[in-house]
Design a protein around this ligand. Sequence first.
Ligand SMILES: Nc1nc2c(c(=O)[nH]1)N[C@H]1C(S)=C(S)[C@@H](COP(=O)(O)O)O[C@H]1N2
Ligand SMILES: [Mo]
Length: 505
Amino acid sequence: MTTVTEHREALLAAAAGAAAVAGSYLVTGWTPSFVVRPVDQAVVNLTPGPVVTFSIETFGEAGHLIHVSLAVAAVVGLFGAVAFAGLRLATRTDRRATGAAVAGGGSWLLAVGLTGLSPGALGAALPAATVVGLGWLPPSAAPTGGDTAAARDAPAVVDAVRRRTLGVVAGALGFVVATAVGRRALASGDDPLPDAPRSEGASVRLQELDSASLAFESDTLQGMVTPIGEFYNVDIAEFDPEVTASEWSLTFTGETGSGRTVAFDELIDRPVENRAVTLRCVGEDQNGRRIGNAVWTGTPIRPLLESVDPQGDCNCAMLRGEDGYYVQFPVDVLAEGFLAWGMNGKELPTSHGHPVRVLIPGHWGETNVKWLSEIELLNVEDDGYWEERGWEGTGEVTTVAKLWDEGVTELDDGRIELAGHAYAGTPGVARVEVSTDGGDSWTDAELSDPLPDADVWRQWRHVFEPDGEHEVVVRAVDGEGTRQLREESGPVPSGASGWVRRTVG
Ligand SMILES: Nc1nc2c(c(=O)[nH]1)N[C@H]1C(S)=C(S)[C@@H](COP(=O)(O)O)O[C@H]1N2
Ligand SMILES: [Mo]
């Protein structure tokens, strides 16, 4: 019968572990103080490169889900082990209070060990203590106890024990679900983002982009500017660092004539520009959606860089973010870049690098370090986070014309509108060519007005009279006359290529 007690206690301990994690989440939300974060971070740091690459290729976005689930399960296990110890000690001392105290105190210590002193530790401790306190039963009541075999095996006793256990476990699970749902609802009611400092010029730019845009028939297709909530995200970690503007600083280190630390107030005092910059992730499929365009408020990097007098032997710099991310590329490329603290007129949102991120014209998304903290000038080249994992994504973007599902619209008169975005990095998009016969013949699409910005996408549109099924193919030509590469390849290691095709009609 011992095994019955052990199963019972294991079940209770698991419920206590889950309740502890939920309690922490209730207090901290999805922030760095949540007890899952350090374990998630460890998973990020310890997962071997080939596994990360394999997971991205095989599971895509679901890889993140797997990674988070693993981290959550591991932390539930840790708190569960503490609760189990509590249950065992309660039995040994035959005192409920011992169990609750050990589970509560142990969970508190564990939480503090994971995330440091934070209200979230109490959030973890109380539910764990409650589950153990309510769920533990003295040996005399449990099926292993009782004075006689007959008494402990009496169906009424077994039933009561089962009812109590299931009641407590169900209560704990109810708490977990209510927390997950309730906290989410709370988060969606977050305050709107404040305007970014010195972003007055951004609204003019936003209007300018709006008037440059094409009038699509499709009302679900993105405009020239990607709204903040729809802008894609790529992060190495599941938790965004939380850095306030007053805590933030950027330090130039390594091979400099004179090191320098720049505070936020000092940064926003520098000459301000509002640049439209398109970002695209090297890891996306050719017709993928990890691309977006925003008007960013910030200041050019070149004068700052010149002020520290870079002296490294390799013309290369390693940039680092507060989340542990790092990427290395040429100083000449960095000098063309921009340090942004505003996005579409608003303060840079947490998920896009609050308070300051890098924007590098014409290069893959991974060079655009978020939560920027350090720029180290080097003597020898070194791999960045993604380069260590098999990617070659610090170079210039390749050219692409997109045709998403919502870019195909049947008009009232029976014609079909094809529309989308094309992006070619700094050479800009000069032309988008559309074929409705599988590539035998080509027509130039209508384009949105050109913008003065160095690294921005354009919209394209083409309307045709359908006659049965059509194989539509689109391709862009950049400002230097180079046509989008026809040869098809997947994103690994240096970006996808090929023409986007779709059957329409
Ligand atoms: N600190 C930090 N910066 C980062 C990343 C990251 O994980 N951490 N991801 C990079 C990648 S791979 C891309 S594509 C872009 C995405 O920026 P976004 O999330 O603002 O769209 O940020 C880059 N900068
Ligand atoms: Mo990326």
